[in-house]
Design a protein around this ligand. Structure first.
Ligand code: KG4
Ligand code: ZN
Length: 345
């Protein structure tokens, strides 16, 4: 089934209000992103109620200005993030997206946030083709996934406790850095010197593709308690922490490639914006003949484009969601299926 025109994507799962228009034939027509970082900064993390209210405030004006800029009056379909994420925040996007689709008399489809991240690398100029391995690293997820095609995902390994992004955020707090922590820790790490601290590479000496980051977090906490007063030491700790994370991810990616024989690895999710992770994985890929793909940094963190993109793929394949929408704050990626007719979410 072809889709005649652009799809409006709506992302409100957490602390970014993202909207975009994606046309299957012409690519990304436009996008808008409003970040709530300043709103949550004084609380040191996302306050769900404030997040929902801010989505309410910004979503409709963002959509209006996007449509006006792109000269689009009525998209061919609407896609919204239905989970995983914060229930109230998700409901804002689901309600507005469904109401607009109803008024425009166009189909609507519920999209899984992590599928948006997973397929965002397909939007890059040098897009990988199926099948590929994906390392999904965000604030809530750390997974290695075998991606055979749209909706055909096999989880090979995942974290047993904290997600990588979460570990970055917690370490940022320990080091007295702001929210969101990942970019702040990465910035401080660049000023640190190697060699002074060395933290464990969790679970690399055990077989399998699962991850665990809570032990590493405790090791960092112990170091901060002893040396945290010294700014030099804080930078060295951030450096050693980032090295431990990056090397752990490298070991597991290498192992996953060996186990599956896949020739391409895609890195997606917020932590995919980490410069050191990019550098190390790209160097390994060049050396071992593995194609390593990162989405452009702006598409690593949350955005409406990745939702419009997956929505367009699923709508074009005939999938539709009902008007009696529901959101799924917890929604395992493993429950996704290839596009089908009328889908619940
Ligand atoms: O994908 P994302 O924007 O939201 C979720 O779906 O979770 O990921 C956000 C996570 C946060 O934990 C943030 O600290 C982390 O990604 N992050 C980074 C970097 N940029 C964002 N972590 C390490 N280095 C970065 N440069
Ligand atoms: Zn995300």
């Amino acid at each position: 089934m072809s889709l005649d025109g652009p799809v409006l994507g709506v992302e409100t799962s957490c602390d970014e209000t993202g909207v975009a228009l994606f046309d299957p034939r012409r690519g990304v027509l436009g996008e808008r992103l409003h970040s709530q970082v300043a709103l949550h900064a004084e609380y040191g993390g996302v306050v769900p109620e404030l997040a929902s209210r801010d989505h309410v405030r910004y979503l409709a004006p963002l959509i209006r200005s996007l449509l006006a800029e792109c000269g689009v009056e009525r998209p061919a379909g609407v896609a919204y993030t239905a989970g995983p994420g914060l229930a109230g925040a998700l409901l804002v996007g689901a309600s507005v997206a469904s109401a607009l689709a109803w008024a425009w008399e166009v189909p609507v489809v519920a999209v899984h946030h992590m599928e948006g991240h997973l397929l965002a690398p397909l939007l890059a100029d040098d897009a990988p083709h199926f099948p590929f391995l994906a390392l999904l690293v965000s604030g809530g997820h750390t997974q290695l996934v075998a991606v055979e095609g749209l909706g055909r995902y096999r989880i090979l390994g995942e974290t047993l406790d904290d997600a990588v992004g979460e570990a970055f955020d917690k370490v940022a707090k320990m080091l007295g850095l702001g929210y969101p922590g990942g970019p702040e820790v990465a910035r401080l790490a660049e000023q640190g010197c190697p060699g002074r601290f060395r933290f464990p590479r969790p679970m690399v000496d055990r077989p399998g593709l699962d991850f665990s980051f809570s032990g590493l977090k405790t090791a960092v906490l112990n170091a901060v308690e002893v040396h945290g007063e010294d700014p030099r030491a804080r930078a060295d700790i951030a450096h050693a922490f980032q090295e431990a994370v990056v090397e752990t991810l490298l070991v597991k990616c290498r192992r996953a490639v060996a186990a599956t024989g896949m020739e391409r690895l895609v890195v997606a999710g917020g932590v995919g914006a980490n410069r050191r992770l990019r550098e190390v994985l790209l160097a390994w890929g060049r050396q071992d003949g593995v194609g390593v793909f990162f989405p452009p940094p702006a598409l690593c963190t949350d955005n409406g484009t990745m939702i419009a993109h997956v929505g367009a793929l699923r709508l074009a394949a005939g999938e539709r969601s009902g008007w009696a929408f529901t959101v799924r704050p917890r929604w395992p990626l493993s429950e996704l299926a290839p596009p089908g007719g009328l889908a619940g979410c």
